[in-house]
Design a protein around this ligand. Structure first.
Ligand code: ASN
Length: 332
């Protein structure tokens, strides 16, 4: 009988390993030592032993809103090492859901591998009534061990649903089906009979696997500034004063900052800050007019503002030229 695949399990924190006061403590539970939490969780899903051999990999754990970009870079370096290890067939990263899409996206920017790398978390603590922790962990391991998951980029598994790291977003604070692929939808599902069924393949995108984390300890500051009715220039000016090398504008609707913000963004771009225009809507592509482009402002395409920020941080380690920046965003 052939050996089961080896799946490395890297716990980084979050609700998936959290324990509340009682089964109805679904909101303000404490976060546990995640290594220990994963051991406990694996004990309640002995079924894992039929799909993969799990290799636990220690990592610093924290609630995901408390993670720093440096933690994500360290995680990325660890995952790069794991996928380079010929004995590892796939990787599962458990993560708090609040920033899971950001970490997943950074991994997609720096990994060049066909091996499945799957992020998962949960919406209800492991101790909660009808917790989704055990099934999400089980399904993530099943996905990372599935031959069909190879070569599909970094994946996110939540609520039986497989999403692409490029497009997924947490679209609800607390629902079990909080994760959505915005207008592009999920890539596939894990069905009740255990089949891992993919229905779509994410088209390759320009920045996928384009960066290396070796030697990258920190990244330049990039801020996100959200537009709203009547917003003035104060937040953009504050960002420039704080030393931002880049600003992502999360504009209204189709990607429009207010006139006061537009003037401040153009002044920032004139001063050498790289400005990327996104939309606060959470879905759809931003078009930037030739006149705005001529001021050096780049479209985020359909990237969510927080993901545009992470991409810009990495791009700024290579270039500040708006035309080259636009190439990474697929908007040249
Ligand atoms: N559902 C969750 O995982 C929320 C959690 N507090 C986090 O670390 O993001």
């Amino acid at each position: 009988m052939s050996q089961l695949p080896i799946v490395a399990l890297v716990p980084t924190g979050g609700t998936i390993g959290a324990r509340g006061r009682d089964r109805l403590d679904l909101a303000f539970y404490g976060e546990l030592d995640q290594q220990h939490a994963m051991e406990e969780l694996l004990e309640v899903i002995p079924e894992v032993r039929a799909v993969a051999r799990v290799r636990p990999v220690p990592f610093r754990s924290a609630a995901s809103h408390a993670l720093q970009v440096e933690d994500v870079l360290r995680l990325a370096r660890r995952v790069v090492q794991l996928v380079a290890d010929p004995s590892v067939d796939g990787v599962v990263v458990t993560h708090g859901t609040n920033t899971l899409e950001e970490t997943a996206f950074v991994l997609a920017l720096v990994l060049s591998t066909d091996k499945p790398v799957v992020l998962t978390g949960s919406m209800r603590p492991a101790s909660g009534l009808s917790s989704d922790s055990p099934i999400n962990l089980f399904n993530a391991i099943r996905l990372a061990a599935a031959p069909g998951a190879s070569g599909r980029g970094v994946l996110v598994l939540m609520d039986d649903t497989v999403h692409s790291a490029r497009d997924v977003t947490k679209a609800s604070t607390a629902r079990l089906d909080a994760f959505r692929g915005a207008e592009l939808g999920p890539l596939g599902f894990i069905e009740p009979d255990g089949s891992v069924l993919f229905h779509h393949r994410r088209e390759p995108w320009p920045a996928e696997g384009a960066f290396s984390v070796s030697g990258l300890a920190a990244l330049p500051r990039v801020d996100v500034v959200m537009s709203y009715l009547g917003a003035d220039a104060s937040l953009i000016d504050a960002s420039v004063r704080a030393g931002a090398a880049g600003i992502v504008s999360a504009g209204t609707g189709a990607g429009f900052p207010t006139p006061a913000e537009q003037a401040a963004l153009e002044a920032a771009a004139d001063g050498g800050v790289v400005v990327v225009q996104a939309s606060r809507t959470g879905s759809g592509r931003v078009g930037v007019s030739p006149a705005v482009m001529a001021r050096g402002i780049v479209s985020a395409g359909n990237l969510a503002p927080v993901k545009a920020r992470l991409l810009l941080m990495l791009v700024l380690t290579r270039t500040h030229d708006p035309r080259r920046v636009a190439e990474y965003f697929g908007c040249a």
